[in-house]
Design a protein around this ligand. Sequence first.
Ligand code: AMP
Length: 449
Amino acid sequence: MRSMNEKCAVVGIFDHPQASKLAYFSLHAQQHRGQEAAGISTSNGEKLFTIKDRGLVTQVFDNQKLATLKGEMAIGHTRYSTAGDDSILDAQPVFARYDLGEMAIVHNGNLTNAKEVRDALIKKGAIFQTFMDTENLIHLIAKSDQQHLTDRIIDAVKKIEGAYSLVFLSRSKMFAMRDRFGFRPLSLGRLGDGYVVASETCAFDLIGAEYIRDVEPGELLIFEKGKAPQSIKVYEPTPKHCIFEYVYFARPDSNVYNQNVYTMRKAMGKKLAQEQPIEADMVVPVPDGGVPSAIGYAQESGIPFEMAIMRNHYIGRTFIEPTQEMRDLKVKMKLSPIASLIKGKRLIVIDDSIVRGTTSRQIVRMLKAAGALEVHMRISSPPTTDPCFYGVDTPDKDKLIAANMTNAEICAFIEADSLGYLSNDGLLLSVNGKEENYCTACFTGNYIV
Ligand code: AMP
């Protein structure tokens, strides 16, 4: 089964007269987590309303649509998916009518036992409409013989495994649940008399919510009007936070797992300068991901920082054929070097990660063509050697360059003069983390579930 909830953002707004608008703004702040589709469900206490479609948040919604999303509770989602998986049916929230009424669910993460659960449900006669593992939850909740929705949700999450940060909406309540490992982020904030949950705190900043705390790994929060959120410890927390949120995923102004992302990335750059020094004339980030770590590298090494590669922010989806020639053009459309700045210079180029190696190779070629004397690639994370099963969209192992080549071979492939990665220990030190509290599977192959 395809995995459909990678790289997503979720949000929940509880008890606010402008719930749908605030959900919209919260999704907009988190657009970087998924650009394929966006959706919002609201409840006015009697009925759920849902709008979802392919496209960016600003393309899917306008004032008129938001006005039809009535009620003081809202949940929302932005979705990323791999090319080709663009069925509108696979946009979220997932909505359903069942014996207790109506519900909608949004999900960030990947369920690792999704296929087994789905096959068992289908054997018993369940009919699925989408490829999303989130739909399993709808069936599990609808089929549970518990009387109350809270108990049914607990019943359902006990049957699923893997990564999930979930927000549920019923007609009168909102629920938020995070898996016991806390793989994907989920924070709780206060908003006037109401509450908000979101994948990233940059959403709180935009709508003026005040951060309270993270939803605990294994915790279910129940929001009911006129009451403080009720907390149920469904599982003992055993944190294994996704370290890739710090490396690439999250926005630098967000606090993820209680630490600021920009600060973490800068620390990675400093550590990288200590571990992988080289003489050069300037430190150049690959924008935008490489910027904070390049600042850290430059400060630590004393080598001047220059924004020698410009990024065009208006790319969106480019409709060009997937030939190699066209792929090269696509990178050129996005990134462009300042030739007069780099001509005859030795560059240290900083990016956050190498996946297939195509981006790095094109950047090195572009910089050399623009006259760079030497290009030394420095990566602010360890070699990506293993695919992610918990929600980050990495390709299969056979396509991960670091799983199949030595450092020297990768360096030759990307046509760089040298290549250096941050070590896994260096990465953990930079984020003040211990190996046991983080999931580093994409760099170490140490899978938890
Ligand atoms: P590649 O060209 O395959 O080596 O991809 C490396 C580039 O993709 C780097 O510039 C990263 O910033 C970026 N990147 C890393 N992980 C992801 C991801 N999960 N989704 C999209 N882009 C990514």
